[in-house]
Design a protein around this ligand. Structure first.
Ligand SMILES: NC(=O)c1ccc[n+]([C@@H]2O[C@H](COP(=O)([O-])OP(=O)(O)OC[C@H]3O[C@@H](n4cnc5c(N)ncnc54)[C@H](O)[C@@H]3O)[C@@H](O)[C@H]2O)c1
Length: 265
């Protein structure tokens, strides 16, 4: 990717921007000139993301402590976003939680939280923002939605150790296709990224924890490296760029070959 600031005058809203992939995507979009809405349920974490970005980039930012599982809070976020900015060109549904174990023994409260954040949260934010996005005068694409699901939601990646999480990510992949169909005529693209195993706080920032999980499931990565958040941010940057303007409804799997090898090696 060159240094062209293709996101100048455009706003990117990232949910779960206080940590892991969300923070890395925020930095990547800022590097291309975007102004940012940093959302997270944890205010301190987005203040930290904002401090990191301001050391390198002179952009406008709005910090929104919002629980995306609560539609009333999301509507309030929308109000303050459009008081400050005149567009949301990129919407990244990234916030997620990974709770529970085998699906049928997962506690009801964990089931509810996973579905409420990972599925309903993305639905809430998309539902609140798509109308304004569809009326934006950017050409040829009015806006772009990028969902962050997981290999656990794909056919070969279904992960029984976090069963409800796996099902939640399959639902988000399905919503990606549905929203691509529903929003195509409004010139909004909708795509999903499915990361494999990456070092972020979700995996305790601990490669050993990930290697242990790989052993349990007999996973051998064809590219024998655990992923780094920057790799996800680079794919998000591609989906945010004009290079992807004719791509919608697709799932980009970023897993070092894991889903190709799982259950077959
Ligand atoms: N780390 C991995 O290997 C991996 C692999 C596949 C998919 N993912 C997905 O990528 C996304 C980001 O994961 P990460 O690894 O950066 O995790 P993370 O835990 O580092 O970051 C998730 C962020 O979401 C925020 N959040 C949680 N609930 C929220 C809510 N209700 N409202 C607003 N914000 C909320 C958290 O506070 C946190 O800052 C998640 O959807 C996750 O499921 C991660």
């Amino acid at each position: 990717m060159d240094d062209n600031k293709f996101l100048n005058d455009k706003v990117a809203l990232i949910t779960g921007a206080g940590s892991g992939f969300g923070r890395e995507m925020a930095i990547a979009f800022a590097s291309k000139g975007a102004n940012l809405v940093l959302n997270d349920i944890n205010l301190e974490s987005i203040e930290e993301t904002s401090d990191i970005i301001l050391k390198s980039y002179n952009i406008e930012m709005l910090l929104s402590k919002t629980d995306i599982s609560d539609f009333n809070q999301v509507k309030e976020m929308k109000k303050i976003v459009f008081e400050k900015f005149d567009n949301v060109f990129i919407l990244v549904n990234n916030a997620g939680v990974r709770l529970g174990t085998f699906s049928l023994v997962t506690k009801e409260e964990d089931y509810d939280r996973v579905m409420d954040v990972n599925v309903k949260g993305a639905w809430n934010v998309t539902k609140a923002f798509y109308r304004k996005m569809s009326k934006q005068n950017f050409m040829p694409i009015a806006g772009k939605i990028i969902n962050i699901a997981s290999c656990a939601g794909t056919q070969c990646g279904a992960n029984p150790y976090v069963g409800v999480y796996s099902a939640s990510k399959a639902a988000l992949i399905s919503f990606t296709k549905l929203w691509a169909l529903e929003l195509g005529s409004s010139n909004i693209t909708v795509n999903v990224i499915c990361p494999g195993l990456f070092i972020t706080p979700m995996y305790k920032n601990n490669p050993e924890f990930i290697r242990e999980f790989m052993k349990k499931r007999n996973i051998k990565l064809p590219l024998d490296r655990i992923g780094e958040p920057k790799q996800v941010a680079n794919v998000a940057l591609f989906l945010a760029s004009p290079a992807s303007d004719y791509i919608t409804g697709h799932n980009i799997i970023l897993d070092g070959g894991m889903t190709t090898s799982v259950n077959t090696m």
